[in-house]
Design a protein. Sequence first.
Length: 630
Amino acid sequence: MANDPRTTNIGAVAIAVFASLFAPDIPTSLMNRSLLLGLCVCLLISCSHGFCSHGFAQALVTADPAAKQSQKDDPESKFITGDVMRDLQSQSMRSQKAVYGHWGNQGDRFSNWLNHSNRLIPVYTFGITLDSIRKKGSIYSDPERLKQLYGRVPEATVNPTATYFDQTELHQLQLDALDSGFKNIIVVIFDGMDWQTTRAASIFKQGQVSYEEGRGNGLAFQDECRAVTDFGLIVTSAFAAGAKTDVNSQTVISCSKESTGGYDVLRGGDVPWHEQSSMNYLMGLDRERPHNVTDSAASATSITTGTKTYSGAINFAPDGSRLIPIARRLQAETKMSIGVVTSVPVSHATPAAAYANNVSRKDYQDIARDMLGLPSSSHRNDTLAGVDVLIGGGWGEGKKSDRSQGDNFATGNPYLHQDDLRKADIENGGKYVVAQRTKGSAGREVLMQAAVKVADNVAAMNQSDQAERSDQPTRLLGFFGTKNGHLPFQTADGDYTPTFDAAGTERYTDADIRENPTLADMTEAALTVLEKNPKGFWLMVEAGDVDWANHANNLDNSIGATLSGDAAFESVMNWIEANEAWDETAVIVTADHGHYLVLDYPEKIAEAGAKAQRPVADPARVQPNAVKGF
């Protein structure tokens, strides 16, 4: 069998799956460690017997008579589907060769890495520039400021010529915008989207390779120029890789007192298009420079509080003290409205860091309670006020037990328990008009009807100058999703037919598509409510499925998720245009961390995009003179 041309060594897949056992940001539902370990063993056995990856997949399918009966209709049993990007992804998985590119630092293998990286991450601004932090010079050129940031001067991190910023400075950038008179702050986070991911989506959308460096073009957030705009790069390394915590008492038992974060420009590169992708430094595996790689909890906490912390922390400092995110400060001090929108479960790390406190990102139910203003393990007696708008996924999930959520875990929905959903509902004396996935009803319509109802209530109360009454709800909770708690994964060509990847295969019914809104719909609904507050608002929008796609090494899904997030960004800009709010709205677009996609053959992606016949961005909208940065 060793010489059979069909035979493919799928040891890379086994290693990748094994790596996922320790990947902090892979969804819990995918982290059944026993099953994953068993899969590793099966994959390695298949290697030793010379099975090709497709043959191994067939063996798994045909072991079940029912699956065998339906195999003829199984899209994974067909090599060519007519969806070129999907076929490239399928071919990559089957061959474990770099068809369009590879994931990790080994160019001769399709994948040897499923997790995050320490890549420099792009940040784009609209309405504001980066000048308020740029004029101070890079933190990474100043040993004293580095010591304040990390608690020490990290080894090989001082770079006198550095032009990149730190992720924590995005918190200060928001404060600077408020000090400059902006009353609306919108932070759009593409979870896991690095420069390479952005470029892949741009290449596909345009059907051509149009840039090799810099800000780039082709996506809405690259081309938008109706307001002043800027571009820069940030370091995302966390204070520490993790900590020992107790979710029941909400205490940090132990955390490294010396930070293991930092950034070595000689190993990581001064810009992402000049990095040394064959090195393992950016994966956090360099023994000489083991600068830790952040997770989404620590990175989002950096953005919302300006503090570096340990991976897994939701607004907790390494010393165990609680941090107050900017949204809560604005809510308490200026009476601004607060909104959080995500395509993944509402209590996942990034949306959680917008508002909650928890020593562990995995304590989802308590995080959801914080966000809805209900008593939680972190706020038993000092219950938080709750956000004004919360829209995201998690609907329909169920779990019998979860030790990571502590003794108060309630059997049922692990992300937002049904009892808490009932308590939050205005129909049961709560504060929220609840819109959730409803059988037979279009998700967008369900959500927008609720949003308009809440917006009308807020407008009426503003006009009558009345105090808020319990029978006049001014808050919106949208709860949607499909299996695993997220919105259906959009693929590159705009449909919802993902191919198989390192996380398996997701398939959706017509109801899954129709009964869920898109991220753009969710963003529009949030703005419909938030705009009614004359004091302004703070809004986070997360395209969380970019991260899920990149964890699974699925570029078809990753491009689709990026384009879905780009559509949400367009919703934001269209709202600003319609409301003539350019002078009072500051928008920041960034990611919380990167992955490790390397584009070996970008022309393959361009060919796939051209055949998909996606509309190309209007070049007339691109005015380089209005764009600052690289």
